[in-house]
Design a protein around this ligand. Structure first.
Ligand code: GLN
Length: 539
């Protein structure tokens, strides 16, 4: 480990879903804006080897890194707040830790020893925690421990934190994120759950250095003193985290509470340079005071759980702030879209996005939505499955290939315009076997894609098994489909467009994974601009 790397651990208490990811990302962005190089990693205590095989209803979106790791959605927040890519080293699960240890055991690397949770599993966790620090790239590594203190499955992680804190001394600190509930019957904020969760951490030998307290009302001086007294922390280490209007306001709230100063002081790092938050504040201002408004329909089959489309929703926030347009998303369940209810569901929209997904459920609804957008000239963006459905719709209704489809849902269809790639046909394992991560794509000069990206070669992240079938390129092109982005290594179609439409584009990749606060994605920016133009026309 690099001698000088500092480690910050973020644990959670009282309840889950307090926003450890946002607090970690906000702290990281404050430290980064003071000139420190910072990264964040997430340790997930579940037994899946990665979240790639999880249903979005279970765990929300699966975020894909440049190097092709399928990871927790919090990594998306880290990238959006830090404007820096993460990698497979930034996320690990219990399943991965055990798999590594068991594979070592099979190779005989433990030399006949009994393999146990302590020290073997905890050593593997510690090694993983230190990988990013050892790269020499970062002065500060923030490690978020998933789950809540007291969960049985989190115990080896807390033990690893205890050991590392002991080994690293002043180069490590623990931030405990907790909830201060408000009892409306008595009109009071209550500290007892926090006292109990800190006690639980202490029972595992970990004393938190800083408490970040989620609350609906300001904490007040007495309450801060009380928390400090009962939880063994200094009063300046009791940080209020009051509910914010947007997650992007949290870095500013944390700055006002001096979380960054509390951290730097304890890590014995200089804090003479104030954070430069001008650009961040400018973004917040544009987000808060848009000039116009658009309605965008997001068509998907997991819309009951909006976290399933986290990066798409955040990309609209970035693009909206950039263009000073308030983007209101209408969440539309693809299964509810029938020809006779289309007007009711899609009427008044200024843009239609057909979302990524897997399997046949909702297929017809998405097909109707694409046709509606194409024929009524409503700006359209199809992402991954959304692009594939746009190709199917075009093949059926323009090229005249009746019942054309994807072999994913109709294996025996007459015109498989979307089909498995050759090297996917032999694969039977589901985990980590899709076409994943960053791939190059060459753009056709003067296409819409070229106008949007303003260059001829781009790189975007993928997560899929199926592709536009090259055998159908000619009939599709002959009938007017523009194949405007091609993967140069594998000769695969990555982008499709149509003529005589204000904005109609489908992309096989996931642009949403690369949109950040400071670099809103050009596809979303131009899509929002096109939607805004339509909204102005309709006024
Ligand atoms: N199900 C499609 C495929 O595997 C699309 C995947 C996606 O939308 N991410 O190719």
């Amino acid at each position: 480990m690099s001698e000088s790397t500092k480690y910050i651990f973020v644990t959670g208490g009282v309840t889950s879903s307090l926003g450890k990811g946002i607090i970690s990302a906000s702290l990281a962005s404050l430290l980064q804006s003071r000139g420190y190089s910072v990264t964040i990693q997430k340790l997930d205590p579940y037994i899946n080897v990665d979240p790639g095989t999880l249903n979005p209803y279970e765990h929300g979106e699966c975020f894909v890194t440049e190097d092709g790791a399928e990871t927790d959605l919090d990594l998306g927040h880290y990238e959006r707040f830090l404007n820096r890519p993460t990698s497979k080293a930034n996320n690990v699960t219990t399943g991965r830790i055990y798999l590594n240890v068991i594979e070592k055991e099979r190779r005989g690397e433990f030399l006949g020893k009994t393999v146990q949770v302590i020290p073997h599993i905890t050593d593997e966790i510690k090694n993983h925690i230190k990988i990013l620090g050892q790269s020499g790239e970062y002065e500060i590594v923030i490690t978020e421990i998933g789950g809540t203190v007291g969960d049985i499955e989190a115990l080896p992680y807390i033990e690893a934190v205890r050991q590392l804190k002991w080994e690293l001394g002043e180069s490590a600190l623990v931030i405990h994120l907790t909830l201060i509930p408000y009892l409306s019957a008595t009109g009071e904020l209550k500290t007892k759950p926090t006292q109990h969760s800190v006690k639980m951490l202490q029972e595992s030998g970990v004393q938190p250095d800083i408490l970040v307290c989620r609350t609906e009302y300001p904490l007040g001086d007495d309450l801060r003193k009380k928390l400090a007294l009962f939880c063994n922390v200094k009063k300046d280490a009791v940080i209020e985290s009051i509910n914010a209007e947007t997650i992007y306001a949290v870095p500013i709230l944390m700055r006002n509470e001096k979380l960054d100063e509390a951290v730097l002081k304890r890590l014995k790092l200089p804090s003479n340079q104030d954070p430069d938050l001008a650009q961040w504040k400018e973004f917040l201002y544009r987000l808060k005071f848009p000039k116009t408004e658009v309605q965008i329909g997001l068509i998907g089959k997991y819309v009951e759980l909006k976290d399933s489309y986290k990066s798409i929703a955040e990309s609209f926030i970035h693009a909206g702030a950039h263009t000073e347009v308030s983007v209101n998303i209408r969440w539309i369940h693809s299964e509810t879209l029938q020809p006779d209810t289309l007007e009711e569901s899609l009427g008044g929209l200024h843009g239609i996005l057909v979302a990524p997904g897997f399997g046949e459920r909702g297929f017809h609804g998405k097909l109707h939505a694409v046709q509606y957008a194409r024929t009524r000239k409503i700006p359209f963006l199809g992402i991954c499955l959304g692009m594939q459905i746009a190709v199917i719709e075009f093949a059926r209704n323009v090229t005249g290939l009746e019942n054309a489809s994807s072999t994913e849902f109709h294996p025996d269809n007459p015109y498989p315009v979307i089909d498995l790639m050759e090297d996917q046909k032999k694969i039977t394992d589901k985990g980590g076997t899709m076409r994943l991560g960053a791939w190059k794509c060459r753009l056709k000069p003067d296409s819409l894609a070229h106008t949007i990206y303003k260059r001829t070669e781009i790189s975007e992240r993928h997560r899929h098994r199926y592709e536009l079938n090259n055998a159908y390129r000619k009939p599709l092109e002959d009938s007017g489909l523009i194949l405007s982005g091609i993967n140069p290594d594998k000769d695969l179609v990555e982008i499709i467009e149509i003529k005589d439409h204000p904005f109609f584009i489908g992309v096989q990749f996931h642009p949403e994974y690369k949109s950040t606060v400071y670099n809103p994605h050009p596809l979303f920016v131009h899509f929002v601009k096109a939607a805004d133009q339509l909204a102005r026309l309709n006024e």
